[in-house]
Design a protein around this ligand. Sequence first.
Ligand SMILES: [Zn+2]
Length: 140
Amino acid sequence: MVKDNNCGYCVGGEPLAKFGIKICDLEVSQLILFKEQSHPGRCIVAYKDHVSEIVDISDEERNAFFADVNRAAKAIHKAFNPDKVNYGAYGDTGCHLHMHLVPKYKDEFEWGGVFEMNPQKKFLTDEEYSEMIDKIKACL
Ligand SMILES: [Zn+2]
């Protein structure tokens, strides 16, 4: 397994805690709750290894990764009933394959537009994060 000691997805702990909370492991990835919750239910699915590009993994691994993304999206739909889930894969500086799953709600924040990477507007209490994580887990 390829790991990078400076990468939050690889090492967890403080580097991850800056932006996310691990919910659980999926088949070839981990599901992470994004702390900035302007879009209720926003999550990240991060691939298990520190690889930059979708073209750097095998067909089988890529299919398994997208199955994980699909599983997470289904849980988000079920738990939060968004009008649309937006998907974003960037990582210009992080270089660890991951996808943002951003639930969008009609007539609410950024509906009809591109989601901001980290608007830094809405953070929850630890208890609210726990409730949200339990809700997602119950729908996986
Ligand atoms: Zn990494």
